[in-house]
Design a protein around this ligand. Sequence first.
Ligand code: TYD
Length: 206
Amino acid sequence: MTGLFITFEGGDGSGKTTQAELLSQWLVHAGHTVVRSREPGGTELGLELREIVLHRRGHIAPRAEALIYAADRAHNIATKVRPAVERGDIVIQDRYLDSSVAYQGAGRVLDPIEVRDISLWAAEGFMPDLTILLDLDESIGRERLDEARSKYDRLEAEESEFHSRVRGAFLRLADEDPQRFLVLPATDSIERIAEAIRSRVGSLLD
Ligand code: TYD
């Protein structure tokens, strides 16, 4: 018996964790064994790498950053995700290699295809059965900022452009692989999104 590997992707604050939790509860209730994971930081080693890549002060060279995410991924897949799926469990994970392609590729320094290939090498080609993309217009976050602060801020404008490139990259990835992706508008109600996810996951379990 083999299990399932389901990943959640989307911009920061798109509601991934809430939906991952709801799906997990629904599956446990139906009698499945669910393993939760996230990247970066799904394992003990991963938590140390997460601290470095997200919270360490000072510059990290883009290739070094991409390799830290890949190292976290390699360890998470080899020691946690793949063994669980092989046991027949359902792994639900916040973020995976699509995040690397979208974020590390969006800075315009690294080639998205090279970033993807490094991740594939790290994970020995292990791919999700389903990836749920919670698509969020970055200008919604932007509008909230504008309400709080009326002055134009160059850094914020750059950030907004970066997030718009991240969003575009996620949508392109979904377009290229419609079999694997379920794209849902993150602005829908929590219950509506959860229902759409349950319906798709249910069809994988039949
Ligand atoms: P996460 O913990 O999911 O935070 P959030 O709740 O804000 O989405 O992700 C942390 C950050 O890590 C997020 O800004 C995206 C980034 N990230 C990458 O840049 N590359 C990657 O490969 C992964 C997995 C995450």
